[in-house]
Ligand binder design. Structure first.
Ligand SMILES: Cc1cn([C@H]2C[C@H](O)[C@@H](COP(=O)(O)OP(=O)(O)OP(=O)(O)O)O2)c(=O)[nH]c1=O
Length: 206
């Protein structure tokens, strides 16, 4: 169970049992920053490679992650997400090796791509499942090959969609962001808060 210790007072009170179905430390930190109390249970769902309908497909992946954990915890609210980088109809997931990371960064260099994150909230005992997809446009500067190689050597690209982390060293790649910043990091906070408040899972602290 995640509990906020010390730090600023919690923004929200968690009214019902909540599970974050994710192994991503970024998602955990973003949600914990609101002062929420939740358990983290990574999903066992095996993600298929994305095809040519990324909007629909990432929604289906986030829903499958939420459903899988919901089967184990039918009475809890289960939140899951999936993030992908999309450019020219092609989806970029997590690179499998440093060479693939460098290839992705070369493609993204000097261009604008979209980051899509799907957020799903499920509660099995009520047959509840809602999914929302949020898009953010991100423009990269023109990168020199040496910069790409140096960034790949840091290891940061390896567990991230598109091969970069905007919240880390990867900030140097980014010229402009249009839309939700936290959506790029992996969990669109404004939309997630609305979803959780709308379902009565959280409420503002008094
Ligand atoms: C573009 C971008 C992605 N990412 C990360 C967010 C996600 O963790 C990851 C995309 O992989 P996902 O498959 O969405 O998530 P995950 O496998 O890390 O975790 P889980 O499925 O258990 O929830 O890329 C960043 O951290 N920063 C960025 O700037």
């Amino acid at each position: 169970m995640h509990e906020a210790h010390g730090g600023p007072p919690a923004l929200y009170r968690t009214r019902e049992a909540l599970i974050l179905a994710s192994a991503s430390p970024r998602r955990r930190e973003l949600l914990a920053g609101l002062g929420l109390h939740f358990q983290t249970v990574p999903s066992d769902f095996e993600e298929p490679p994305l095809g040519d309908r990324p909007m629909d497909e990432i929604g289906a992946v986030a829903a499958s992650k939420a459903r899988e954990v919901s089967r184990r915890f039918p009475r809890a609210w289960v939140l899951a997400a999936d993030t992908s980088v999309v450019m020219g109809g092609q989806a970029f997931g997590k690179p499998e090796n440093p060479a693939e990371a460098a290839k992705m960064l070369r493609r993204l260099s000097g261009r604008t791509h979209e980051v899509l994150t799907a957020v799903s909230l499920a509660r099995r005992e009520r047959g509840f499942l809602r999914t929302q997809v949020v898009r953010t446009r991100v423009s990269f500067r023109h990168l020199r090959e040496e910069e790409i190689q140096a960034y790949v050597r840091t290891g940061e690209p390896m567990d991230k969609a598109g091969g970069y982390g905007i919240q880390g060293l990867g900030a140097f790649l980014v010229q402009r962001v249009h839309g939700s910043y936290t959506n790029v990091v992996g969990l669109p906070l404004a939309e997630t808060v609305e979803l959780l408040m709308g379902c009565g899972v959280i409420e503002p602290s008094e």
